[in-house]
Design a protein around this ligand. Structure first.
Ligand code: PDD
Length: 277
């Protein structure tokens, strides 16, 4: 089946979809993005992702290249044209094309790209049932990671470091040894029926899955504590997990080879958490 992408106002054959060599996303990572989970051909948490996209654009003073109401139409069109059942849609906006110069160009038009892909619904099943291993490493990212920008080299290096150590995710440590978040997910531990995660600030991305999960916690009999945690807290935790639009709530059973709880996916990790479709 041929895939299609949405590139600057047009639907194009995926294999022939290109952006300009002087796009500021390519030269400066001068742009923002969102990843939407697709389940049963429906967009998960659409409103939350669009709200965060507009916040990121505003923080970087990039104009939206299309009207707010058009986002849903184009994402649905990508789902339809690529026959996506379960998978995700990636949407990227950059400051546009201009001759290379650090300062903002005066008349550039923002670029937009939307692509989607199918991911088999059982893709993460093994990880869901066994839990993943996590490796900690220093958080060397810039100081505004609350903006979902394209500036992703530090998380790329952190993820690769985790993979090189037979782990699926890296947890990033701040200067004081507290976990900020994962390289591409939010980080959580569970202790005595309380789920603990770092409060939102400039040091973490305010995850949409994080927000949805927080809203559901009471219903499943768990309390929330938004506070920092470190390796000592992790060693003492009953459970641990990560959240993201691609992996939802994914149990963590080892951090730096230390077993969490009894080393198996615990009670919280086995729960089916509600999603906003
Ligand atoms: N990443 N923290 C970071 C640094 C992330 O990159 C992500 C998501 C999250 C979770 O946010 P959300 O629940 O809104 O997906 C937290 C996406 C999936 C990615 O870059 O592919």
């Amino acid at each position: 089946m041929s895939r299609e992408a949405f590139v600057n106002g047009e639907y194009t054959d995926y294999s022939k979809s290109y952006v300009h060599i002087e796009d500021r996303g390519y030269q400066f990572a001068d742009g923002v993005y969102e990843v939407f989970a697709i389940l049963d051909s429906k967009i998960v948490d659409f409103e939350g992702h669009i709200k965060r996209l507009y916040r990121s654009l505003k923080e970087l003073r990039i104009n939206s290249p299309i009207q707010k109401k058009s986002y849903k139409f184009h994402i649905k069109e990508i789902i339809k044209r690529n026959i996506i059942k379960d998978g995700n849609v990636y949407l990227q906006i950059t400051r546009g094309v201009a001759s290379r110069d650090f300062k903002f160009p005066e008349n550039s038009k923002s670029s937009i790209v939307i692509i989607g892909k199918n991911i088999p619904s059982n893709y993460y099943n093994d990880n869901f049932s066994k839990g993943i291993n996590v490796k900690t490493t220093k958080d060397i990212r810039w100081k505004r990671v609350d903006i979902k920008s394209l500036n992703l080299l530090p998380p790329v290096l952190a993820k690769q470091y985790a993979v090189d150590n037979n782990c699926a995710e890296a947890w990033l440590l701040d200067e004081e040894g507290y976990i900020t978040e994962g390289s591409s997910s939010n980080a959580w531990i569970v202790k005595n029926k309380t789920v603990i995660t770092r409060p939102t600030s400039f040091s973490i991305l305010n995850g949409i899955t994080r927000t949805t999960l927080i809203k559901s916690l009471m219903k499943v009999g768990y309390k929330l504590a938004e506070r920092k945690f470190n390796l000592r807290d992790i060693k003492d935790a009953d459970e641990a997990f990560i959240t993201s639009a691609t992996q939802f709530v994914m149990p963590v059973t080892k951090v730096n080879n230390i077993k969490i709880g009894n080393g198996n996916v615990g009670e919280f990790g086995q729960k089916d958490m509600p999603l906003t479709l």
